[in-house]
Every structure is written in C-alpha cells, then in structure tokens.
Design a protein. Structure first.
Length: 210
C-alpha cells in the first residue's frame, strides 16, 4: 500500500486502550468526533502527525481474556461494562457458547470440550501485559510466567508472591479430599466478592489504561 492510498484512509487510536481503527472516511465526515491520530505503525510519518511522548514504538496493547467457564454472570456483566468504559479489547474463552455483550470490543471463542482446553487456549493467546480473569490457580501461574496479569473473580490479584502459596494450598486440599479428610469447598460467591472484584478491576484498569 503506497502513501497515496494511505492518505485516503483515517487511522485512529483510542488513547486509553491503544485500539487502532482504520477505515475509509465518508465525504464530509466530521473528524472532530474521533480521537486524536497517533503514529504507531513504522513508515507512516508522512501521513500522520508526530506521536506524543510515551507512545513511540508502541506496537502491543493490553487485551483482557476471560476464563468464562463457571464464571458468575454478575462478573461477566462487570467485565463487559469495563471493556466499554476503557475501550479495551476482550476475548471470552469458554468450552460452550455463552452470552456476551454486542460490543465490537468483545468476542467469544468456543474451544473443544476437554480437560483444561480453555486454559491452554488462553495461555496460547495471551501476551505480556495482558490481563486474564480466572479462578483457576494453575492457569494464573502459567499466565504470570508469561509476564501477563491475572485476577481472581473474588477480587484478588495473583502475584509472584502469592501464587506459590495458593498452589500449595490447592494441592493440600486436593490431597485431603482424595483421602476423605476434607469435603468442603470454597464459600459461595456473594455480593462482597463482586464488590471486591469491581473495585480491584477499576483500580487495575485505571492504573494501566487510565
């Protein structure tokens, strides 16, 4: 594509999310409705204005991956609203069809039914700096190993410090259940968990995208 062709297109980048939209403008299109244009693609210097400090050379932008199997509907709703508010792309991964928002920012990927198939697909897709929403502790460990972020739906951010303790506790409880010594499970998901997640998600996205 030569410069002459490029000049007939508009390339917009939403500052908060880094999403780039490329489209051919309609005649007399009101450009004031769109965000400021940024350079993020090498070779477009002659087409677009100079990039502001902090954006030069930036080619990767955060995406949110949602481990949707068994995720409470109230958490899904919070996530869909957050994607719209922060204009961040979201990929919902599940082993069956789940209802998602009609937003262009949000997509659904259904994986074959099988042990950890959704987990494997998320690990395959995620890149450093992305965010994954999951209650699966082994998956969170794999996500952190790829230098991405992970948050539990109950409102806890996984870190390199707490993930090993959580893995050890998970394995201990699994052994106790196998031996018939412990038959309990996690407490029911409640409004406090939802609020804790909402607060953490807002702080996280504001810090990284605000």
């Amino acid at each position: 594509m030569g410069d002459r062709t490029l000049q007939t297109w508009l390339i917009w980048k939403y500052p908060r999310s880094g999403i780039i939209i490329i489209h051919a403008p309609r005649p007399k299109e009101d450009r004031s409705r769109h965000p400021r244009i940024f350079i993020d693609v090498p070779g477009l210097d002659s087409v677009l204005p100079a990039v502001p400090a902090g954006f030069a050379g930036r080619t990767q932008f955060m995406k949110i991956f949602v481990d949707a199997d068994a995720l409470p509907n109230s958490i899904k709703e919070l996530l869909f609203r957050a994607a719209e508010r922060f204009k961040v792309g979201m990929i919902v991964v599940a082993s069956k069809t789940v209802k998602i928002s009609g937003s262009d920012l949000i997509s659904l990927e259904v994986v074959p039914v099988g042990a950890d198939s959704a987990d494997h697909r998320i690990v395959e897709l995620v890149q450093a700096g992305d965010l994954v929403i999951t209650a699966d502790i082994p998956l969170a460990d794999r996500i952190l190993a790829k230098k991405a972020h992970a948050i539990d739906p109950r409102g806890v951010e996984y870190t390199q410090i707490n993930i090993k303790n959580r893995l050890s506790m998970r394995d201990l409880l699994s052994d106790l259940r196998s031996g018939g010594m412990f038959t309990g499970g996690p407490a029911p998901f409640d409004k406090k968990n939802r609020q804790a997640f909402a607060n953490l998600l807002d702080r996280f996205l504001t810090r990284h995208l605000g």
